[in-house]
Design a protein around this ligand. Structure first.
Ligand SMILES: C[S@@+](CC[C@H](N)C(=O)[O-])C[C@H]1O[C@@H](n2cnc3c(N)ncnc32)[C@H](O)[C@@H]1O
Length: 554
């Protein structure tokens, strides 16, 4: 795929597929418009890339036909949709079916497993012919662990599919017309990630009492004596763990530590047991590996965090002694979580070796990260994301402007903008994140930033009294997007610019619609104009899409 350069960032060739979207798009829009946001997210999907299709006749009425549960169908996947599911249409009817792990161009036999109002879900039984842009997945577990759903799809095709999915959502959920002459200028080409493996700075593995072995590996499995596993959950199963020694998304040094722990933790002499999520007995719950960097020397630093059901440091001692011999390991923590839930955040935290935090740098600032702090998981691409946010923010840089940083987490976005602003006000629900944000401001000598804990879904009428009128609002909500209360507040506040950073393009498209077009049934008027949408691939091989949108007051 041809590449272009914009602002020092490599961009893929601008949408050669766009002209091919329209026919499928028209058909999907009718379905999407009638669905609640979650379903609309599933159905406002990508249209076919420019390759021949055999199973589709889009001229027929898709709702006149409905496959039965258990029925088998021969299908061709047209594109990728919500959660990376393959979108297919039943031959001669155009009826939409979704299939996990079907990739564009793949011809396969599928069995109908679930029926929804306007579409059905199928399970792939057998591939007849592989998808376009097929590549060999480097990880043997790629199609089993639930993380890398598209490792066997050429990377350029992955990002093209993400770009197409975003386009569809913006048109059908956001209600922005792609026939508008300005539309192509607004939708920026996706920024791919230069590093497609070893990009994650944090991985969390689970200990389990029931090892899950994918069907195709059953014949290879000879160690019947030990059912215990350490690895990633089988997709859809909280109690089955796929045992792994290596994950290609984390760093080599993290993989060495994982392999070393795998080598010894089952030794019966150590008396270690995995936590059983059914009986609630057992000790080891999770293993979290976090990578950072010594900002002075540039050397990698690794934090190892054992999450256990009780505090028994003597039991962890052999693991700690082994792991501490790795030169990159500078911190070994123990989070003790006595609850029956599956969370990795402990009620108590102990330092078993070295220091209790590691450091990472972003946009020339230092961030101290503890075991439970939120930090962007792809540091390399976060640099690019934050540069795009900074560019989009259009701060004058004369220190005269007020920035409101909503859903600020540990303050990373606000702090990177603080040097160009008069003052930054950050709001966030998690107490610990607010403490981290304040600590990070001190660490970087930033005194013009105020961080406040609060629930942005429950703002009162007096919310605006906490800060002067902002010149710029940054909003970076989690997957559900913004609460209508907050949207109404922003529409009344009328800040000149809003930069909306999103990890869920479906709720982002909905919120952009509200901010720009209003909500007629609630008598809410939109007052913003969408200026740009920049998708960024933060997580190669996964269905996740991040984007940065600029809105200006009309
Ligand atoms: C996508 S993260 C963004 C974090 C931060 N902007 C960053 O880039 O590191 C979303 C943040 O919103 C916070 N959050 C979720 N629901 C919230 C709510 N109702 N009110 C305030 N903050 C919330 C989460 O704790 C999380 O830190």
């Amino acid at each position: 795929m041809a590449a272009a350069t914009a602002g020092g960032v490599r961009l893929l060739h601008p949408r050669p597929w766009a002209r091919n979207l329209r026919r499928t798009a028209r058909q999907l829009s009718t379905l999407a418009a009638s669905l609640p946001i979650e379903n609309a997210e599933e159905l406002t999907t990508t249209a076919a890339a420019p390759k021949p299709l055999t199973s589709t006749n889009t001229d027929k009425n898709p709702t006149a036909y409905y496959p039965k549960r258990g029925q088998t169908l021969e299908l061709v996947c047209e594109s990728l949709a919500f959660k990376g599911k393959g979108l297919c249409k039943v031959a001669d009817t155009g009826f939409i079916v979704m299939c996990d792990r079907a990739l564009p161009g793949e011809k396969f036999i599928g069995r109908v497993t679930r029926k929804k109002d306007n579409y059905a879900e199928v399970k792939k039984l057998k591939t007849i012919s592989p998808h376009w842009d097929n590549v060999e997945a480097p990880c043997e577990f790629a199609s089993h662990c639930g993380g890398c759903k598209t490792q066997n799809l050429l990377y350029e095709a992955q990002v093209r599919a993400k770009e197409q999915q975003l386009h569809e959502l913006i048109v059908h959920v956001g209600k922005f017309s792609d026939k508008d002459p300005e539309f192509d200028g607004i939708m920026k080409p996706i920024v791919p990630c230069d590093i497609q493996f070893h990009y994650r700075n944090k991985m969390e593995f689970s200990f389990g009492t029931r090892k899950w072995v994918p069907e195709e590996f059953l014949h290879q499995e000879c160690d019947e004596t030990n059912e215990y596993a350490l690895g990633l959950h089988a997709p859809g199963f909280f109690d089955k763990v796929l045992n792994i020694n290596k994950c290609l998304l984390q760093s080599d040094s993290a993989n060495k530590v994982l392999a070393a722990i795998q080598d010894i933790w089952r030794d019966p002499e150590l008396g270690l047991s995995p936590y059983d999520v059914h009986s609630h007995h057992g000790f080891l719950k999770h293993l979290m590996l976090r990578s950072g960097r010594n900002v002075e020397t540039g050397q990698p630093e690794l934090m190892v965090n054992f999450v256990t059901s009780s505090y028994k440091p003597e039991l962890l001692k052999p693991l700690v002694e082994k792991v501490a011999t790795f030169p990159d390991v500078v911190s070994i923590m123990n989070n003790v979580n006595t609850s029956v839930g599956n969370t990795s955040v402990g009620e108590e935290e102990y330092t078993l070796f070295g220091k209790s935090t590691i450091v990472e740098s972003l946009r020339e600032l230092k961030f101290q990260i503890s075991a439970n702090s939120f930090f962007q998981t792809n540091t390399h691409q976060a640099e690019i994301l934050y540069k795009l946010i900074e560019d989009c923010s259009c701060l004058k840089g004369d220190g005269s402007e007020i920035v409101l940083d909503l859903f600020c987490g540990t303050g990373t976005i606000g702090l990177t903008l603080a040097k160009r602003a008069k003052h930054v006000y950050g709001f966030e629900i998690v107490d610990q994140a607010i403490s981290d944000a304040r600590r990070n401001a001190n660490l970087n000598g930033i005194s013009n930033a105020t961080f406040v804990q609060g629930d942005l879904n429950k703002i009162g009428d007096n919310f605006g009294e906490y800060f002067p009128k902002p010149d710029l609002v940054i909003t970076d909500p989690n997957r559900p997007g913004m609460h209508l209360k907050l949207i109404k507040f922003l529409l009344n506040l009328k800040a000149p610019r809003i930069v909306y950073v999103s990890c869920n393009p479906a709720t982002c498209a909905r919120d952009l619609d509200y901010l720009c077009h209003g909500v007629a049934e609630k008598n809410i008027k939109g007052c913003y104009k969408l200026k740009s949408i920049q998708p960024v691939d933060m997580f190669p091989h996964t269905p996740h899409i991040e984007c940065v949108c600029l809105l200006e007051l009309r």
